[in-house]
Design a protein around this ligand. Structure first.
Ligand code: ACO
Ligand code: AKG
Ligand code: ZN
Length: 393
């Protein structure tokens, strides 16, 4: 768990980590974040999680996504090289082509485990287990909206079918996950009851889905923490970004004990999509850079985002974490001076860890003399400080 010890030290020494002088033998001050996870956060999985990368499932539901086989394979290979633990693919029940593509990706021999995503129905399950996948993600809506207006089934029917499908997939010796669609608008007693039932019969993971993007971080924390206390299997979360909470909600889910996070490249999916891979990586790197660097090939992120952006014909957003075109550009004089002295003053992410470089912008009315001096030195010019400071120099 990251920075437990450092957080405690900061607490001993006060918010800024400074000793008050009376504690002559106190440990030296630290400059670490006093809000970092503490030993008491025993459920916290911020430094112990797996990514279920769903660009080839949720991402295919993005309005502009029309992936052909070659593109799907290129995306699968790139995400595998990046190091995601799982790839989730569109249901083979969706079309003959989806089934063929799923089989083709299973045959690539990737390190990532391959999952496919199906309705909680035996017809879909029978097709899915024949594709060669390592696991099947099963889903069914449990909110009153979806029970009434989507599939029309009650909780008794859902529970019975879930048991049948889970036992069937397990009998094939592959992983199975059971998820409720629209979890945050479902009845809590219904949810906990069905999750306990599927946990008892040996499901590998249960999933919570914020299908409509209505949840906030505190609600996510509370639901996952409650669920963590009633099931012993892994917990996955799938979080839509309709109100911009996709990354924050994923972080809180991990803090509450979730083990698996669904992502897609650039967050593409239904409507505005889900937790973006790059943004999640940025957030978790900020919490524990060493853990994230050891797990993923971070310099590949830009290439993967460009690959997907091109495939779905969108631009990488200018404010994208890590790869947005200004992500490591510093402009105002106060920032530029401090950055040139020590990049950590205004950077929580190190560009070099992502194969990128920082840029100090000059030539604007907010530029200060320190930035100009640095550029003068870079260019090998010989000017005194007074000359650099002169506005007409
Ligand atoms: C929230 C999510 O993103 S869940 C994942 C969504 N993914 C997809 O929809 C995959 C792509 N979809 C498809 O290829 C098609 O919709 C198919 C093959 C699944 C079904 O196609 P169709 O038979 O033409 O049905 P259609 O798409 O119109 O309606 C969905 C059907 O699934 C049923 N259904 C919806 N959710 C579930 C569920 N979780 N479990 C079981 N059945 C379900 C609906 O009641 C409806 O059944 P009906 O045919 O009796 O009306
Ligand atoms: O299977 C899941 O957990 C999520 C399905 C989905 O895409 C959603 O509910 O938004
Ligand atoms: Zn979704």
């Amino acid at each position: 768990m990251v920075a437990i010890e450092l957080g405690e030290t900061s607490r001993v020494n006060g918010v800024n980590g400074h000793s008050n002088g009376a504690q002559a033998s106190a440990p030296p001050p630290t400059r670490h974040n006093p809000y970092a996870p503490r030993a008491s956060d025993f459920l916290n999985n911020v430094s112990n999680f797996k990514i279920i990368e769903s660009t080839l499932r949720e991402g295919e539901q993005f309005a502009n996504a029309f992936f052909d086989t070659k593109t799907k394979i290129a995306i699968a290979r790139a995400l595998d090289a990046f190091g995601v633990e799982y790839l989730e693919l569109t249901s083979p029940a969706a079309s003959e082509q989806s089934r063929a593509d799923c089989e083709a990706i299973c045959k690539l021999g990737l390190k990532a485990k391959i999952l496919t995503h199906i309705r909680c129905h035996m017809d879909d399950a029978r097709i899915a287990v024949e594709t060669g996948v390592d696991g099947v993600d099963v889903v069914i809506g449990t909110s009153s909206f979806l029970r009434e207006f989507s599939h029309g089934k009650d909780m008794a029917y859902i529970t019975k079918t879930a048991i049948e499908v889970i036992n069937f997939v397990k009998s094939k010796g592959i992983e199975v996950r059971f998820s409720t669609e629209d979890s945050f608008r479902s009845d809590l007693v219904d949810l906990l009851s069905i999750y306990q039932t599927v946990d008892k019969i040996g499901v590998n993971r249960v999933g919570i889905a914020d299908t409509v993007g209505c949840a906030n971080p505190r609600q996510v924390y509370d639901l996952i923490r409650t669920l963590r206390s009633v099931v012993s299997c892994d917990i996955e979360v799938h979080l839509h970004n309709d109100t911009g909470m996709g990354i924050a909600n994923a972080y809180c889910a991990l803090e509450a004990g979730a083990t698996h996070i669904d992502t897609s490249v650039l967050g593409i999916g239904e409507r505005v999509g889900i937790t973006p891979l790059g943004g999640l990586v940025a957030c978790l790197y900020a919490a524990n850079p060493e853990y994230v660097k050891a797990k993923y090939n971070l310099p590949m992120l830009r290439e993967i985002e460009n690959l997907v952006a091109e495939a779905v014909e969108v631009n990488v957003p200018f404010m994208n974490p890590i790869t947005g075109y200004c992500a490591f550009t510093h402009k105002a004089g106060i920032h530029a001076k401090a950055i040139l002295n020590n990049p950590s003053t205004y950077e929580i992410l190190k560009p070099e860890d992502f194969g990128l470089t920082r840029y100090v912008s000059i030539g604007h009315r907010l530029t200060g003399w320190n930035a100009v001096k640095s550029r003068v030195e870079q260019l090998g010019l010989k000017l005194t400080d007074d000359q650099v400071r002169l506005p007409d120099c």
